[in-house]
Design a protein around this ligand. Structure first.
Ligand code: GLU
Length: 502
């Protein structure tokens, strides 16, 4: 369904491999996927790896692995209608690598120079510094004053033949307003006088700059809708000027709000470290689907499915106009909420695979417990896990003994010791059945009646003594799995440790 002058909806994500895979990049990719799916279009992947100094293969790998982990796939662009027979830079993996397209970009630069729409600027660094100083002294906004527009063709040719270094700039022409109907923000207008002067499109090294390369690539890939972060708004104005200079059809633009932290700072690796990187969530044991849903949910909820939806479900009733204009707020509690929800829906085989990967205990081939007991243990904590990395904090006491630390011991007050004493006597009297959770539970309740204690005062000392935790599955459940001997041993050692402390 063509939504504008383009025959088909085509979106793309165009990450630069200059850093770790950022949550914001994935979020942008997801909205592009939803939009393409919703309109039976295609979604492409372009690696913007032209910045040789800052691009690193390690980041490329991390980005690709991140997308794979998140199960975000892309389509392979077919030969575009208005490009040469082949789309230069397109790999077998469907990825368009921008660095392989430098000759294509340069040929378009040549074209603009020949048509008089771009020009070589031979101004030296010193000259430009002096220009800015003078502007500053006059209290004007510092910007390039388009001085080299006036250079005649002959003078330009002469300097060129003398081998003088130059950059190529786009001639923005007389000041005018560039307007577009942003898919998310509505009408946006930017006056070309606010763009810092005629923009450089090719550096003196011959490297074509982002704003130019992106237009050429989006054109040849026939991108119809460009959805990206709102940090690109002023770039969009420059890019529209380039589309116009080249007489290319102009795609639709939509600028997504960025992710901010609660204290209203843009989420960044530099300021916030690893929480900005997708890899962190993978290594901590978040489910890819939960992270995807969380990122989509930061600015969009499905009318049909509410907060919990897959990409395919989300696409069913996706409306780009419903994407929130306000900043997305990074909220780890909310992400944990999504993750708990997705973890709680895993079947046993699935959760076993995950927890085995994250646990130091050999859960799939255990010497202490058989497989159905392992299943009971794992299922008992399934709904308490925020992330798989926490698995051992929840199950360690089943597999290994512990020493209670001082802050825990202090919580077993005098009456707690009495509860533990009573529990030991009851177990030793032989009246509790360690194959039956209810028998244990009733036994503990009878201690409560005898000592006139209930709730926390009754259960807490026993729980701490047998698990070193203040919460967890039912005490009867733990006792049956650990068995009589282990329970008595732990109760005694808790008493001993408490007495050492006092
Ligand atoms: N490489 C650019 C970035 O990572 C792409 C921006 C765009 O989508 O045009 O920010």
């Amino acid at each position: 369904m063509p939504l504008n002058a383009f025959p088909k909806v085509r979106t793309r994500i165009a990450p630069s491999p200059t850093g770790n895979l950022h949550l914001g990049t994935v979020r942008t990719a997801l909205y592009n996927v939803l939009f393409a799916k919703k309109h039976q279009g295609e979604f492409f992947f372009r690696l913007e790896d032209t910045d040789r100094q800052r691009s690193e293969e390690q980041f490329t790998q991390e980005i690709l692995e991140g997308f794979k982990w998140l199960n975000i796939s892309w389509d392979t662009p077919e030969v575009p209608l208005h490009a040469p027979e082949t789309l230069v830079g397109l790999g077998e993996d469907g990825i368009v690598r921008q660095s392989l397209r430098e000759a294509v970009h340069s040929s378009y630069i040549e074209r603009l120079i020949n048509e008089g729409k771009a020009y070589r600027c031979f101004a030296t660094v010193e000259e430009l510094d002096a220009m800015r100083e003078a502007q500053k002294a006059r209290k004007e906004i510092e910007k390039y004053d388009n001085r080299s527009r006036a250079l005649s063709k002959d003078d330009s040719e002469k300097l060129l033949s003398e081998g003088k270094p130059y950059v190529v700039r786009l001639n923005l022409g007389a000041d005018h307003v560039i307007t577009w109907l942003d898919l998310i923000r509505g009408e946006v207008s930017i006056n070309t006088k606010d763009l810092g002067g005629d923009p450089v499109i090719q550096k003196s090294t011959g490297q074509v700059l982002y704003n130019f390369a992106v237009v050429i690539d989006d054109y040849e890939m026939q991108i119809s809708h460009i959805l990206r972060g709102e940090d690109h708004i002023s770039n969009t104005a420059k890019q529209i000027a380039i589309y116009e200079a080249l007489n290319f059809p102009i795609p639709a633009f939509g600028h997504l709000p960025l992710i901010f932290t609660k204290d209203k700072q843009k989420l960044s690796k530099r300021k916030h470290g690893d929480i900005a990187s997708v890899n962190t969530y993978k290594t901590q044991g978040y489910l890819a689907k939960a992270l995807v849903n969380y990122l989509l949910g930061t600015s969009y909820n499905s009318a049909k499915y509410g907060e919990i939806f897959t990409i395919t479900e989300g696409a069913e009733d996706f409306q780009i106009t419903s994407v929130s204009k306000s900043p997305a707020i990074y909220d780890i509690q909310k992400l944990n909420w999504y993750n708990r929800d997705y973890i709680s829906k895993l079947n046993y085989q699935e959760i076993l695979t995950y927890v085995s990967r994250f646990s130091k205990f050999d859960l799939e081939n255990n010497s202490l417990f058989n497989s159905s007991q392992i299943q009971l243990i794992v299922e008992s904590i399934q709904e308490s896990l925020d992330k798989f990395e926490q698995i051992d904090e929840h199950i360690n006491y089943f597999f290994e003994d512990f020493k209670l630390d001082d802050s825990t011991l202090i919580t077993i007050a005098e009456e707690g010791k009495e509860v533990i004493h009573e529990f030991i006597s009851l177990i030793e009297s032989g009246s509790l059945d360690f194959a039956d959770q209810n028998s244990i539970k009733n036994g503990i309740n009878s201690i409560g009646e005898k000592l006139n204690l209930k709730g926390k005062k009754l259960f807490f000392p026993i729980r701490v003594a047998i698990s070193a935790k203040t919460s967890g599955p039912e005490l009867g459940f733990i006792a049956v799995l650990l068995g009589k001997e282990k329970i008595v041993e732990r109760l005694n050692s808790a008493l001993l440790e408490t007495s050492h402390r006092n």
